[in-house]
Design a protein around this ligand. Structure first.
Ligand SMILES: C[S@@+](CC[C@H](N)C(=O)[O-])C[C@H]1O[C@@H](n2cnc3c(N)ncnc32)[C@H](O)[C@@H]1O
Length: 352
């Protein structure tokens, strides 16, 4: 083998960064669960003993955790005083639950998916699916908490206004179905923003629907946001003004079948909003940090989820607009366009 030492060194350097990041995912989960970030937020420089005292945790572990956080750039370290500080930007992303940049949910999702590696390794051998419901339960809450900040940041301020005529209908009073709703984060945000409208959330995963109903009750919108177990091809109701799919069309085995059913369930001038992970149409368009994250999630979760269902089309989380257009028009929709986008999402609008 003709090894180029510089290239090998560069690759190993990159991999060391990945190794540290992978282990540090657990440190973020620990920091959130024990309130370490919250205790540091706005508190100024602290020693490990002060942080441990404030959070009722063991100083020796906290000292090691702080050093790892400092090495990763999550906190800063002042050597002369031996004190650590959580900078304001990091506090915004790590200690403020409703911040649009809140990160710990994503780390919860990722650490839960790591536990499912043996199931996925076996699926690679057999080609069989791994259903959404077969994953570690951390995935269900992690997904909710990963996506919610993004919905807080974008849903009612830019995604809904980007759809033709939908915001006005929602303000006046519309009927909305949110399919593949998981814990109902999107449904509940919409219900809070548009008090004249009524919302039905559907998902095939029973435990998620139970959680969604609890979340709606806690948010005070249970009278207008109700959740039921149903598959995307079978959800009940007609004449919806808006049917929404948040990050779930590509998880479905038969997305074309789902499109057919959505078309039959919409009012004549209704709208189908499809939010999908941002992607270009070709693999080479997606070879970047966001694409890496989504291809990895797709390998571990989305592809197997689709393969576990009928048809098993397995679009993957990086299908791209052109492929999604084929699915949507294959379901009988005549109009399809990209309404807007973020670095993480494509927001697509389909009309009958
Ligand atoms: C990535 S999660 C997104 C959840 C939620 N929409 C959100 O944004 O937080 C995908 C969801 O699609 C659901 N799902 C997958 N296939 C489905 C199907 N055929 N019918 C209904 N729901 C489905 C899963 O149970 C899961 O809750």
């Amino acid at each position: 083998m003709a090894i180029d030492q510089d290239k090998l060194g560069a690759f190993l350097g990159k991999a060391v960064g990945d190794l540290g990041a992978t282990l540090s995912a657990a440190l973020v989960v620990i920091g959130e669960k024990l309130g370490l970030y919250k205790a540091m937020a706005g508190a100024g420089p602290m020693t490990s003993a002060e942080l441990a005292g404030k959070t009722g945790t063991a100083e020796r572990y906290v000292r090691e955790w702080l050093a790892a956080q400092a090495a990763g750039g999550y906190v800063t370290y002042d050597a002369p005083t031996g004190r650590y500080t959580l900078p304001e930007e990091q506090a915004f992303a790590l200690a403020v639950d409703d911040s649009p940049a809140y990160l710990p949910g994503a780390f919860q999702l990722i650490t839960s998916v790591l536990k499912d590696e043996p199931k996925l390794t076996e699926a690679f051998r057999t080609g069989k699916g791994v259903g959404w419901h077969e994953h570690d339960p951390g995935l269900f809450e992690g997904t909710e908490r990963f996506f919610r900040p993004n919905y807080i940041a974008n849903l009612t301020s830019s995604w809904i206004p980007a759809l033709e005529g939908v915001e006005a209908k929602l303000k006046k009073g519309a009927r909305v179905a949110d399919i593949g709703c998981g814990h109902g984060a999107s449904t509940i945000l919409l219900a809070k923003a548009y008090p004249n409208s009524t919302f039905a959330g559907f998902d095939y995963h029973g435990p998620s629907i139970e959680k969604a109903n609890q979340r709606a009750a806690a948010a005070g919108v249970a009278d207008r946001a109700k959740f039921h177990v149903a598959k995307a091809k079978e959800f009940p109701g007609k004449d919806y003004d808006l049917v929404a799919f948040f990050d779930c069309l590509h998880d479905m085995g038969d997305p074309v079948g789902a499109a057919v059913h959505v078309r039959q369930s919409l009012a004549k001038d209704g709208t189908w909003m499809i939010v999908e992970p941002f992607a270009g149409d070709k693999v080479e368009d997606n070879l970047n940090p966001v694409g890496r994250l989504f291809y990895a999630a797709s390998t571990m979760v989305c592809t197997g989820a689709s393969l576990s269902q009928e048809v098993g089309l397995a679009l993957g989380a990086q299908a791209g607009e052109a492929r999604l257009r084929e699915v949507v028009t294959g379901g009988g929709f005549t109009r399809f366009r990209r309404a807007t986008q973020t670095p993480f999402n494509l927001v697509l609008e389909a009309r009958p």
